[in-house]
Design a protein around this ligand. Structure first.
Ligand code: NAP
Length: 265
């Protein structure tokens, strides 16, 4: 199978204001010579990243401020993106978590997690799929998580949202395998990003813990697997091993072991 060529292609990246999305944006510009449409809520970060990338590479960078928890914004993102650039690929990277005991008092937060991690990702996947089919080509990369492959206590709704995103992506790829549109998923384990400090997960597994990979390394592996049109890719030996071993163990054992790994201090 020929590899995806991303040179001079326009790629929309959600959640590009920080963490993995920012690292993917830098990698795509510097190593793949791709042009980028960046999106997130924090516009100053997007402006700064645009300036940084345009000074350090020949890539063109545009950005759109979007709140993916708002349905109108999600639709606006699609329409604005295809108006300002000839989009060839989208990376659905934006994601949020909540770390702690799952109780009813946090249900509003859980709804936002579902809106961003599931609904926005699914809507953008389907909308761009239709757009790319009309165009005759295109590619979609959905960033899921190891937490979508393994039940993750104390991040239950996040884990469920990522599981939904994972199986949705796999099933959509199967439905569209002859469409000419590439649909891939990438399921990282821990990454040392703001997600850990914002959620408090860093108190359990510090940023420098072997559980957490460097975002620049993960970004390189994400782009590499996307170019290879991988059905699903899990970065890092430890994560690959965990996911592989988990397949053969009783689900109850996996969930209980995972509870011990993530139990708050
Ligand atoms: N970090 C990990 O350990 C880990 C592990 C496995 C998978 N992942 C996945 O990797 C992806 C990137 O995560 P990360 O670690 O880079 O997280 P991060 O550092 O917290 O960055 C999340 C990005 O998503 C954006 N975002 C959050 N809420 C948004 C909203 N309502 N509307 C639009 N954009 C929003 C943020 O931008 P604004 O705040 O500016 O909107 C930011 O750019 C996520 O899908 C995550 O689930 C992360």
């Amino acid at each position: 199978m020929a590899k995806l060529n991303l040179e001079n292609k326009w790629i929309l990246i959600t959640g590009a204001s920080g963490g993995l999305g920012k690292s993917i944006a830098r990698y795509l510009a510097q190593n793949e010579k791709a042009n980028l449409v960046l999106s997130a809520r924090r516009i100053e970060q997007l402006q700064q990243l645009k300036e940084e990338i345009e000074t350090s590479s020949n890539s063109k960078v545009l950005y759109i401020q979007t709140d993916l928890s708002k349905r109108d914004d999600v639709e606006k993102l699609f329409h604005e993106a295809v108006k300002i650039a000839d989009i060839d690929a989208i990376i659905n990277n934006a994601g949020i978590t909540y770390y702690g005991l799952t109780d009813i008092n946090h249900f509003e937060t859980f709804e936002t997690i579902i809106d961003v991690n599931m609904k926005a990702l699914m809507w953008l996947t389907l909308r761009f799929l239709e757009y790319f089919k009309e165009k005759g080509n295109g590619a979609i990369l959905n960033i899921t998580s190891e937490a979508g492959l393994i039940p993750t206590p104390y991040q239950t709704v996040y884990s469920a949202s990522k599981h939904a995103a994972q199986v949705f992506t796999e099933a959509i790829r199967a439905e569209n395998r002859k469409s000419g549109v590439i649909i891939s998923s990438f399921a990282p384990g821990g990454i040392a990003t703001e997600m850990l400090t914002k959620s408090g997960l860093d108190k359990k597994h510090g940023m420098d813990s072997p559980f957490n990979m460097n975002p620049d390394v993960v970004a390189r592996l994400a782009v590499k697997s996307f170019k290879k049109k991988k059905f699903i890719s899990v970065p890092g030996f430890l994560n690959k091993l965990t996911v592989c071993v988990a397949r053969f163990l009783p689900r109850r054992f996996i969930a209980f072991s995972s509870e011990r790994v993530y139990r708050p201090l």
